[in-house]
Ligand binder design. Structure first.
Ligand SMILES: [Cu+2]
Length: 97
């Protein structure tokens, strides 16, 4: 009979999917940026800056070029979040692009 199907889940079987799942589109959103950073001088600095970013996004890809004073970041963090992470680690962000 028409209209007999009802919305909602049945009393038996598994519970409905979690309504809190993130849309796939958000998972794919990434920022690729280059950050000019002042004050990095050795491997310790490389680790400190890398950790500051990966603490906020464990999946971030971070590449530090000490000679150029540049950090390449590929992550879902916004430029403002990356800048804040590097500043929190004790370094000065000169600019981003
Ligand atoms: Cu250092």
């Amino acid at each position: 009979m028409i209209g007999s199907r009802q919305k909602g889940y049945r009393s038996s079987g598994s519970p409905p999917d979690s309504p809190n799942l993130e849309p796939v589109g958000q998972l794919l959103k990434e920022y690729i940026m280059q950050v000019q950073v002042e004050g990095m001088s050795c491997g310790h600095c490389v680790k400190a800056v890398t950790r500051a970013i990966t603490e906020r996004d464990a999946a971030a890809k971070v590449n530090v070029d000490l000679g150029a004073g540049r950090v390449d970041v590929d992550s879902r963090l916004s430029p403002a979040e990356v800048t804040a992470a590097i500043a929190d680690a004790g370094y000065t962000v000169k600019g981003t692009n």
